[in-house]
Design a protein around this ligand. Sequence first.
Ligand SMILES: *Cc1c(COP(=O)(O)O)cnc(C)c1O
Length: 372
Amino acid sequence: MDNMYKDLSLPNRILLGPGPSNVPDRVMKALSSPVVGHLDPAFLAVMEEVQEMLRSVFMTANQFTIPVSGTGSAGMEAALVNIIEEGDNVLVCVNGVFGERMCDIVERCGGILRRIDTKWGTSIDPEQVLKVLEEFPADIVTIVHAETSTGVLQPLEEISKITHEKDALLVVDAVTSLGGAPLKIDEWEIDVCYSGTQKCLSCPPGLAPVTFSPRAVEKLEKRSQKVQSWYLDMTMIRKYWGSDRVYHHTAPISMIYALRESLRIVLEEGLVKRWERHQKLHRNLVAGLGNLGLKMLVDEKFRTPMLNSVIIPSGADDVLIRKRLLDEYNTEIGSGLGPLKGKIWRIGLMGHSCTQKNVDYILSALKSLLSQ
Ligand SMILES: *Cc1c(COP(=O)(O)O)cnc(C)c1O
């Protein structure tokens, strides 16, 4: 009988949205390497290398640095369910979708939530964090480094200092920033940090690199209650990634090959060069958008280079223009979320997608579409 389903066939898009970004051929090739067992010595060697390379990219000596099985949100959940015990006081800084999502998880794992809200498109003021922590001593403070829903890059050093002066631990969402903007886990004393593979690392979605500082591991080890999630319980997963190699769940073998190759590419380019490339092409894009008469949502001082939020000019049809970009230019950009729906476009320049050619292409496409 003939198979009623045809061969899989997908367009090769130019991905300039909030993620995923385009994946280099080298990474796709690594992904298709032979699958071996999750305790095969050949795979254990890959795991070691991936952990080592993740430490380099996170700029940390943290022993406990691994890719969690799941997307960036699994990294978020893994960070929070492991570090929070029922009754812990948790201060969440909210200025976009991902801060909101953290609040939801904090409440689901029994944390006592206190939030700082600032207008979407603006950054969190360290003074305000200090003021709130003075009235509300917290065990944990959480914040998003690059808020992909708005395009804000949050300075972290001062907030980290304040958090530790007040004896709390700092959890940072670096899903979009890792590999695209300076992020220094040890120097900035970040206690728990999580990321994702499909933004500036340019690997397919499916893994969430996380790192836990010795202080965070100590809190994890001192827990009096079991971690609320079985699948994301780092007290068990550590025994697989550590020297014991105890089976917990089958590692996503092929994705770990892909991550290995994408990290190799990041380190070949060099972190500093990579940050500079994102910064330079971000500036070129913003200048070009300015020439088209378009304005950015975020103040220049707080713009994150890999995600550019541009205000949709009055009279332009948000949905139609994004549809024509996809249909006629084979290019994806992002729409606004929540209160910014219909108000902004989000143009991503992440990892492999962050090239001068793509900047020129999206500028000429927008010029043509906006003039019609
Ligand atoms: C994309 C993103 C996430 C969620 O990652 P998924 O891979 O979609 O689960 C979390 N935080 C930030 C800042 C992100 O950009």
